[in-house]
Ligand binder design. Structure first.
Ligand SMILES: [Zn+2]
Ligand SMILES: [Zn+2]
Length: 417
């Protein structure tokens, strides 16, 4: 029996898990709280702690994965005697892509499609600023604007973009602007021209975001919060509040904003923001994107394409892809490819695809952003029994490229599910 990782969270939600913290909508200024700081722990021995290093002998490791009866086998997710399903056929895609209709890209839609198609992508979401760009005139509604029998699927999308000079809380630097940028993925409507969605009377960031959420909900799309730390635009409270209002996707690795993603001495990184939401019981999936504007062959330009994407476990069908993203059935990547990332026999298991000689380290991260285990090699497993809160994983290759595996909630396996 197989229980793939995001189902854990779906089950949790159905059981009525701890809701995200509520903050009164009228409260204009989120109050800062301590930011969780990941605390490294020593690398465990192979037979110590909850995790197993399974990279010493690749062949032995594969068989061990299917017969293991360690502490995780009590969670009810399988006894190790079943036949393990084949690895997912991941679809590669970017959920943040601009073309000429955005006004700040010189590449037309045809050129953008050619760029991704020739590089083996399965889908993109076309997210021009404040407009839903059409591609195939025959598709007048629904979650795709292009859906050929073969080749690149282009999902309908938009980046709702609003850059007022003032907002509450304000950007810390005098030259900073308020960057209220929210993607709608798989929107069903096709408004003509520029979308006037912003609430220009709004003064607080949260009310500005709410206007975006309202527009995307009405358009039948899925919300993705973009580059949350650009000009330090998001706090843990704001992100938790938005998580409670339907934001379940956040860019933790928009590769155009690496400096901001990393945080600084006083401001949390995007991953620390994510961990804070998860620690508070919220549902949030981490996205990597290229936020592409420039498609030069040599990778030049201000915002070059490539560099960040997601790998989705879904059939090649527009609505199914959008649903899988919404439900967290994907991992995010800046270069690391995974063969598997799933819960099997009570453990979260990660397997790097085609690892070759490159060195990989997998970190399992839990409540408070704490590193629960660190395992070297192309395979890693972490027993979930007895672990509270959530567990997510980050695989890092020697050159710094990463893959982020979505959080699972071990508690979701208890209580008769
Ligand atoms: Zn943006
Ligand atoms: Zn953008």
């Amino acid at each position: 029996m197989k229980l793939r990782f995001p189902l854990a969270l779906v089950v949790t939600a159905a059981c009525g898990s701890t809701p995200p913290p509520t903050i009164a909508p009228s409260e204009p200024v989120p109050v800062p709280v301590p930011v969780p700081v990941p605390v490294p722990v020593p690398v465990p021995d192979q037979d110590a702690g909850a995790a197993d290093a399974a990279d010493a002998s690749p062949d032995a490791a594969v068989s061990e994965l299917s017969v293991d009866a360690g502490p995780g086998s009590g969670t009810g997710t399988g006894t190790g005697t079943g036949v393990r399903p084949a690895p997912p056929k991941w679809l590669k895609g970017s959920t943040h892509v601009h073309a000429a209709p955005s006004g700040d890209s010189s590449t037309d839609v045809k050129g953008v499609i050619a760029w991704y198609e020739t590089r083996g992508y399965d889908f993109i979401v076309l997210t021009d600023h404040n407009r839903v760009t059409r591609v195939d005139p025959a598709i007048a509604a629904g979650p795709a604007v292009r859906f050929p029998d073969k080749g690149l699927v282009v999902l309908a999308g938009v980046e709702l973009t609003y850059n007022p000079g003032k907002c509450d809380p304000p950007p810390p630097e005098p030259e900073g602007k308020c960057r209220i940028h929210v993607n709608g993925l798989g929107v069903h409507t096709r408004p003509e021209g520029k979308i006037e969605w912003a609430d220009r009377k709004a003064t607080t960031r949260v009310s500005m975001y709410r206007a975006a959420l309202r527009w995307i909900a009405a358009a039948g799309g899925v919300v993705q919060l973009n580059h949350p730390q650009w000009h330090w635009g998001t706090s843990t409270e704001l992100l938790s509040l938005l998580a409670g209002e339907g934001v379940h996707l956040v860019e933790i690795a928009n590769v155009q904003f690496a400096k901001w993603n990393a945080g600084d001495a006083r401001r949390p990184s995007t991953e620390q923001l994510w961990d804070a939401v998860l620690t508070a019981g919220g549902t949030m999936w981490g996205i990597a994107t290229d936020d592409a504007h420039d498609y030069d062959e040599g990778g030049g330009g201000r915002y070059p394409a490539g560099g960040g994407w997601i790998m989705v476990d879904a059939p090649r069908e527009p609505a199914a892809i959008v649903r899988a993203i919404d439900e967290g059935r994907f991992y995010a990547s800046t270069g690391v490819s995974l063969a598997r990332a799933e819960v099997w026999d009570g453990a979260l298991e990660i397997e790097v695809a085609g690892a070759g000689p490159a060195s990989h380290v997998t970190r399992f991260i839990g409540a408070g952003g704490h590193v629960l285990a660190e395992i070297k090699g192309p395979r890693a497993r972490f027993h979930l029994a007895g672990v509270g809160g959530y567990v997510r994983a980050v695989v890092e290759r020697g050159d710094g490229a990463r893959a982020w595996v979505q959080p699972v909630r071990p508690g979701a396996h208890a209580g008769g599910h």
